[in-house]
Design a protein. Structure first.
Lengths: 312, 81
């Protein structure tokens, strides 16, 4: 008994094999004809410029193939090509392609202009520029529209790599933001809880915090190297935290706060100081700060407190 | 209970009607899910076709589900060849 469902499946399997004539097919035919014409034209010109046939053949090949291939990088003809162009625009190779393509177009223009200007009928009719433009379109633009700079697989791979780098960058920025918030919280806690530490203990604590951030930085660097080894994607993790000005500012401030002998002295509690009992103000300030923390309020800022950028 | 190609007693579907129904259900599932339908389990198929076969007798319901799943798997093999 025949099944319409199975029949439908068989029809679908056959469909990709059928040839469909589209505008792209027409463009391909046109491009092949135009490149044939281009080869004939440039052979005519180059063979007149030199008697050496090998050199003439080499220059003909260059002028037939190079301008369309380079221009194809500049005029992407698909959404994926547009995306790829945006990614490649940030590489050093892209300005080189632009320069080479522009020079080849200029060279092509000059030679064609001279050639057509030497044709009496065209020169008399004043059609030199029109003829040259037709030549540029036919020899360069149409083949360039047809060619795709990379295969679909390469395109997917390039886009994937760019996406991977972007994701790592964003993730790292988020990690830095979390670390910064953690350090600020540690700063507040330190001001409350470590008020009674000795100077040596504060120095030790500051060194521990610095080495902690240094350790995270090393881990990130190792991650970056692993990612580079596995996928070939360069991730800019080197010195990410230690070179980050905001993280460094927070660390400097914490070190300064911890090592400063004036840590236990609150500006707003200075009037309560008793020369005979130097540690008393710190103990008085402690419950107030703790109460503020418990109520979810920020601890009163001290004059030397760290000010994040943009909040100043 | 008599089960023939065209006529049946006891509320059961005839063999032809059964095949026609299974065929329609498989087409409908493929139209909705495309190639994903090839990965459906029998339970998934049962869930999808139950609203359309709840008026059949239990034996037919079970048979329709089985046959629909089998037909979809046959379709998967056709499309992979």
């Amino acid at each position: 008994m025949s099944s319409k469902y199975l029949e439908m499946m068989r029809n679908q399997r056959r469909r990709p094999g059928t040839f469909q004539f589209t505008s792209k097919t027409l463009l391909a035919i046109l491009a092949v004809i135009a490149m044939g014409g281009s080869a004939a034209y440039w052979w005519g010109v180059q063979s007149q410029l030199t008697d050496n046939r090998i050199v003439a053949i080499a220059f003909t090949a260059i002028l037939v193939l190079a301008p369309p291939s380079l221009v194809s990088f500049l005029i992407p003809w698909s959404p994926a090509g547009m995306l790829l162009q945006k990614i490649n625009a940030r590489t050093w190779g892209y300005p080189v392609i632009i320069g080479a393509a522009l020079y080849l177009i200029y060279y092509s223009f000059q030679i064609q202009w001279s050639w057509w200007a030497a044709q009496p009928i065209v020169a008399d009719a004043g059609l030199v520029y029109q003829q040259v433009l037709i030549g540029i379109i036919g020899f360069i633009v149409i083949p360039a529209l047809l060619w795709t700079p990379v295969s679909s697989d390469e395109l997917v791979e390039q886009v994937r790599q760019a996406h991977l780098v972007k994701r790592y960058e964003l993730q790292t920025q988020a990690d830095i933001a979390i670390l910064r918030a953690t350090l600020l919280r540690a700063q507040e806690k330190a001001l409350i809880g470590f008020a009674n530490l000795t100077v040596q203990e504060r120095q030790e604590l500051a060194a521990v915090m610095r080495s902690l951030v240094g350790g995270i930085d090393n881990t990130l660097r190792e991650m970056g190297q692993t990612v580079r080894t596995v996928s070939g994607v360069a991730v800019p993790f080197d010195g990410l935290l230690e070179d980050n000005t905001e993280v460094r500012d927070v660390l400097d401030y914490i070190t300064e706060s911890l090592e400063s002998s004036a840590l236990g002295v609150d500006d707003d509690h200075g009037d309560m100081l008793d020369d005979d009992e130097p540690k008393q103000p710190a103990r008085l300030a402690e419950p107030r700060a703790e109460q503020q923390m418990q109520r979810g309020q920020p601890v009163a800022r001290r004059s030397n407190q760290y000010q994040p950028r943009g909040e100043e | 209970m008599l089960r023939g190609r065209r006529y049946a007693t006891g509320g059961a579907l005839s063999a032809d009607d059964m095949h026609e129904l299974v065929d329609l259900l498989a087409i409908r599932i493929y139209e909705r899910l495309g190639d994903t339908s090839f990965q459906l389990s029998r339970n998934d198929v049962a869930e999808l076709v139950n609203p359309y076969i709840d008026d059949l007798i239990p034996a037919d319901q079970s048979q329709v589900i089985w046959m629909t799943w089998d037909l979809i798997q046959a379709g998967a093999r056709e499309s992979q060849q």
